[in-house]
Design a protein around this ligand. Structure first.
Ligand code: C2E
Ligand code: CA
Ligand code: CA
Length: 816
């Protein structure tokens, strides 16, 4: 029994575990281990809920303050699973998947919990949301409305057109899943309910004709056509286009009473009418129907074949089957959508509907009548929606979603034909700067041109997609030999590094490219994407404008990065960081009245790790926000001490990463308040920022920057000269100090270009009332040249390496 249960559990797509009455885990499946990324060995020890919670918490699976968990379940998770159990919530994994967690406490006290990966559903939902926006725009044109019923979120949303159809406005009526029921007649409600019950076939699309009431009590007919998302045998979401077909429906109904009247009535709503004598195949085509296709009266023979022959060959089989089913009495009416060729050769989409109105004594059909409605506009709107969901509107290239579908198809083909396939990630270098300095419209022009250049390097069969931003992905298919890539990739780099002409501006970007090959490097979409991403990372890290192939060693490096990230998380609580101070020397006098605080990480196994190695990791994981706050706290306490013991106006610089500006933690006390609490003025601290921050377009960042000056805190621009901004550009930002980057100081000799550059920076900075600090001063020659050029401060190994606070004090003892 236990064994067959395990086998069953092993085969389901959800992760599952069960807690026994003793509160310990008594059952789980392998899918659980995959979804939670926890080894089976952990579960085999029969952990309690609290132990399991603690394990995940400690690893950061729930995010800071359980931010990765739905709000409804946050308290529960933070309480270590000791609070009332929420029956249903979503959580995000660290790799960005979305898990749906359902818990069921049994009367015996046992608990069953399931985990389902609903990422695809959530993504599909987002895509549908976009499509929905388009619906708004197109509905007025095509006289359409739309509605969306979300049974998970328990919401119902209408578009403007739908309000119009139901004689109301968003102010008068707020639709929800309950109050809209009164709009359905009993028959319509039965039809809708039946469509929800079809849990065996779970059809993705539906099409219904419903008799309904408007909010003013008017009876109308509505045609609803749309898609459903099924989960666990129920409709989770339904989106449909609705159209008011009252007029046509009424005339259709009237049709049975009076023939003369109905033909006229139908023609007057713009539909074409046909009337078929079934045994002979003779068919009357109304003038309106003929006009619809550009024919004059009696220009087509009165025969069924006349229209059938003009129907698009792809549409004929389905049309004939539908017609046959109705003639045979299997369906209550005939309905089909197909294309008919007009006299001028163009194709027109029509909805053909019909009804057998008389049969002989044997039940064989004698006469069938019906209409053609021109649905070109609706089809165009639908095509537009599809286009929107699968293509990037800017470049016209397939989007991420479409690419994933293509890759899945191509992988199938490769498996069958034994061919190779390359997945190539392309990321434009320095695109952000172009976008920020020249503006988005020009950035867009550049992207379109880049897309065109990439396509020009490839063959028809290859796929180029835009993944968003400045990221492109290429699938190179029908690849018989991976060596072939050695000619394509340099071409790609070359074409993208050529100048882009944006009106009067000439700009240069380049590309970093990561490549992985199926089946050598990976078999699945996920593996290939991850590989290409790692290869891209290497290309960027190695200095951009290059390509890099995935190698198993990258996998190792990526794993090390992940390990570093995991270690970094616990390093703060384990107090593995400390702060060292490097003096900033007044060149004219040799006095030391300033220092830069620099963080150090003493890793328990790997020893001292350079900030250059871990700061980027801390930035990408967001941990820099906590770390930076800690460094500031240390520096503030230190400057308080040194203002008493060393020099009353002592200043300490702290480095502040752009990430700290972009994701401030509102729970942190503002720096100025922390300083005030210590009895310190704002100018006891200098914040060092990088040029990239000044290019930020976000208003919040600039506000914070200007706020620093308002508080009296000084701002220093780090690594100046390596970025893009000109000195005069800095004027807008209240910068107090400019730090000349080490790379200009390193080879400083009299008469060199670097010397001229330093002199220019110093002169301009002074003209703008900024002071200048030269970094990386290692020799007396460099110091003397800088002093002669009027540079205000120097920092570098010549004076001292960054040292612990106690050592710094000794230093001042020697060099007061
Ligand atoms: P940075 O802000 O440009 O800091 C100056 C770096 O140059 C320091 O490296 C310093 O030790 C080094 N340096 C100083 N004098 C000389 C010299 O004469 N010759 C040479 N070759 N190097 C010199 P460090 O401490 O390894 O820091 C590297 C970078 O890590 C820093 O560059 C800064 O960007 C970042 N960083 C360090 N601490 C923090 C921090 O607390 N927060 C943030 N956000 N970033 C930090
Ligand atoms: Ca710095
Ligand atoms: Ca620097």
């Amino acid at each position: 029994m236990k064994n067959s249960l395990q086998t069953l559990l092993g085969s389901i797509s959800q992760g599952i575990y069960m807690l026994g009455t003793d509160g310990r885990m008594c059952l789980y499946n392998t899918r659980l281990c995959e979804l939670l990324d926890i080894p089976a060995a952990f579960f085999d020890k029969h952990p309690t809920l609290a132990e399991m919670n603690a394990f995940q918490m400690q690893r950061g699976d729930f995010g800071d303050a359980a931010s990765l968990v739905d709000e409804v379940a946050r308290d529960y998770v933070l309480a270590g699973g000791q609070a009332p159990v929420p029956t249903h919530f979503l959580r995000q994994t660290r790799t960005g998947r979305t898990l749906e967690v359902r818990s069921n406490v049994l009367p015996s006290g046992m608990m069953v919990r399931t985990f389902a990966d609903v990422t695809d559903y959530i993504q599909a939902e987002a895509a549908r949301k976009r499509a929905n926006e388009l619906l708004f725009a197109t509905q007025a044109l095509a006289q359409l409305g739309g509605w969306e019923l979300d049974f998970v979120a328990q919401t119902e949303t209408w578009t403007d057109g739908t309000y119009r159809i139901f004689d109301t406005t968003p102010e008068q009526f707020q639709p929800d899943l309950h109050n809209t029921r009164k709009l359905f007649t009993a028959q319509a409600q039965a039809l809708v309910d039946a469509s929800y019950q079809d849990s065996v076939r779970q059809p993705a699309t539906h099409e219904l004709e419903l008799e309904m009431f408007t909010l003013t009590g008017r009876r109308i007919w509505v045609h609803s056509r749309g898609t459903s998302v099924w989960r666990h045998g129920h409709v989770a979401k339904r989106t449909a286009i609705v159209q008011d077909i009252t007029q046509r429906k009424l005339t259709e109904l009237a049709l049975r009473d009076s023939e003369a009247r109905w033909k006229l009535a139908l023609e007057s709503v713009g539909d074409g009418v046909w009337d078929l004598h079934v045994p002979t195949g003779e068919e009357y085509l109304s003038p309106q129907l003929l006009r619809m296709y550009g024919y004059a009266e009696s220009e087509l023979p009165s025969a069924l074949t006349a229209l059938d022959q003009r129907t698009h060959p792809d549409d004929v089989p389905a049309m004939q089957l539908n017609r046959y089913n109705h003639l045979a009495g299997l369906t209550p009416s005939y309905s089909n959508e197909h294309r008919v060729q007009c006299k001028d050769g163009s194709w027109k989409w029509v909805h053909s509907r019909g009804l057998v109105i008389s049969r002989n004594a044997q039940g064989e059909p004698l006469r069938m009548i019906g209409t053609h409605t021109d649905i070109s506009e609706r089809k165009a709107a639908e095509a537009l929606i599809w286009q929107q969901a699968h293509f990037d509107p800017l470049t016209g290239l397939p989007n991420r979603r479409m690419l994933q579908e293509r890759l899945a198809q191509e992988l199938k083909k490769c498996r069958r034909d034994g061919q190779l396939l390359a997945v190539v990630f392309i990321d434009l270098d320095h695109f952000k700067e172009v976008n920020d300095t020249l503006g988005h419209p020009k950035g867009d022009v550049l992207l379109v041109e880049a897309a065109r250049r990439i396509q020009a390097c490839l063959r028809e069969v290859d796929t180029v997609a835009r993944m968003g931003g400045d990221e492109f992905t290429v699938l190179i298919t029908e690849l018989s030999d991976a060596n072939h890539l050695q000619t394509i990739l340099p071409k790609l780099l070359h074409t993208l590094s050529a100048a882009f002409t944006l009106e009067q501006d000439q700009v240069y970007v380049s590309a970093s490219v990561g490549v992985t090959v199926y089946p050598t490097d990976g078999q699945s979409t996920e593996d290939l994407f991850r590989n290409a991403d790692q290869a891209l990372y290497v290309a960027k890290d190695a200095g951009r404008n290059r390509f890099s192939f995935f190698t198993p060693a990258l996998q190792v490096a990526a794993r090390e990065r992940a390990q570093l990230m995991a270690d970094l998380r616990s390093a703060l609580t384990r107090q593995e960081f400390r702060v060292v101070y490097q003096p900033i020397v007044t060149l004219a006098t040799g006095h030391i009245h300033k220092a830069e605080a620099l963080v150090r990480w003493q890793h328990p196994v790997r020893g001292l790790i350079s900030p250059a190695a871990f700061i980027p990791v801390a930035e990408s994981s967001g941990l820099i926000v906590e770390l930076g706050e800690w460094v500031f706290g240390q520096a503030a306490a230190q400057v308080k001490h040194w203002r008493k013991t060393l020099y009353p106006q002592f200043q300490i610089s702290v480095n502040k990463s752009p990430v700290q500006f972009e994701n401030p933690n509102p729970a942190h006390t503002p720096w100025i308040e922390q300083l005030t609490a210590l009895g310190l003025p704002g100018e006891s601290i200098v914040v060092e920022i990088t040029e990239g921050l000044l290019l930020s377009t976000s208003a919040g960042v600039l506000d914070q920057l200007l706020g620093l000056s308002d508080d009296g805190i000084n701002v220093s621009l780090d690594d100046f000269g390596t970025g893009y901004s000109s000195l005069s550009y800095l004027q807008r930002f209240d910068i107090d100090f400019v730090k000349i980057d080490q790379s200009f100081v390193r080879q400083l000799v009299a008469g060199s270009t670097d010397m001229a550059l330093c002199q220019a920076i110093i002169a301009m900075a002074h003209a703008l009332s900024m002071k200048v600090i030269a970094e990386g001063v290692e020799t007396e020659l460099q110091r003397d040249l800088l002093t002669a050029a009027g540079c205000d401060y120097g920092q570098g190994y010549l004076f001292s390496r960054p040292v612990p606070a106690a050592e710094f004090e000794q230093l001042l003892g020697i060099n007061p």
